[in-house]
Design a protein around this ligand. Sequence first.
Ligand code: PLP
Length: 397
Amino acid sequence: MSDKSMKTATKIVSLGREKKYSKGVINPPVFRASTVVFDTLDDMRHAAKHKHEGELFYGRRGTPTHFGFQAAIAGLEGGAGTALYPSGAAAISAALLAFLKAGDHLLMVDSVYEPTRDLCNKLLANYGIETTYYDPLIGEGIQALIRPNTKVLFVESPGSITMEVQDVPTLARIAHEHGMVVILDNTWASPINSRPFELGVDISIQAATKYIVGHSDVMIGTATANAAHWDKLREHSYLLGQTTSPDDVYLAARGLRTLGVRMAQHEKNALAVANWLAARPEVDHLRHPAFPSCPGHAFFKRDFTASNGLFSFVLKDGSSDAMQAFVEGMDHFKMGFSWGGFESLILWVNGIQNIRSATTWDSSKPLIRVHIGLEDPEDLIADLEQGFARYNQLMGR
Ligand SMILES: *Cc1c(COP(=O)(O)O)cnc(C)c1O
């Protein structure tokens, strides 16, 4: 049965569970190894030759636990192969280092995940790699920023915190006209809500820590490449010594099997909460890609099949005390960063203007980011209503 003949829900359940990975049980078991031993030189040579096709060769190159999960993610994202990393951040650094060298120039979206910005400014800069940040809504304007030494275009859509949706096909087309590699942080879409390779990207990254794991208890990252870039990505990741624990991979693969139903419920709950928020007098606008108030909403409608539980909303105003009272007294929303689990989260994000350089942010309007979990949305709305009551009291309303 080929991947192409299956619908997404079937792929989520079936890919990477073939007998060569599972050995006949349902979930490919935790297969631990450092040393792989051979009886004959011929066996050793055979394994060396086929080490990229699922033959056991050396622990760092993975075991059937890894191979099954890699096959599942590659199949879902639609790429030629998937490399695994101990975190999403490690996947991002490995992908960038595979395609950049001293003297190169990188185009990085301004609304990128903050640790990715830090990587560029604090590490890549020291390696002689220069970064220019661009407006997530730049579109065709990207052309003007490309130099002879620009080698990589990095996109993240929607952007972290501020949620701008990018015109990825246009950006990728222009980047390819200049021979650049296009790397996408595809974490928000997960492997099921967009078709990154059909949009023109070369590498699609997942912080699998988020929705793939789905239970807030494992760190893991993936980078999936198209055929033209897979060998280089795999080899560079190996050179960097990247490896993942089979226990963590097992949990990620276990989480993956329910990704479809979880995502559908996150989306439904988040839309219920977002619709309620949109009608609140305190709310200036929603930064939810499925709402017209979100910059780049038209690209969301064109390039994504669904949304999820993560979005932001901007208030018209709010003192520090009022914002603190809003977010501190919640029953169900806990304050925390790493989203994508079954539980709801809330963050009052301060200082966005400090992590933007190609665009400006009006810091007088407070932004709250929420992750809507699998609780009943009525309980979540009641929790937010209490938050607004505490906020309004301190705002003297
Ligand atoms: C969380 C996140 C990451 C980093 O993933 P970790 O597994 O926490 O390192 C990268 N990109 C985006 C968009 C994220 O939300």
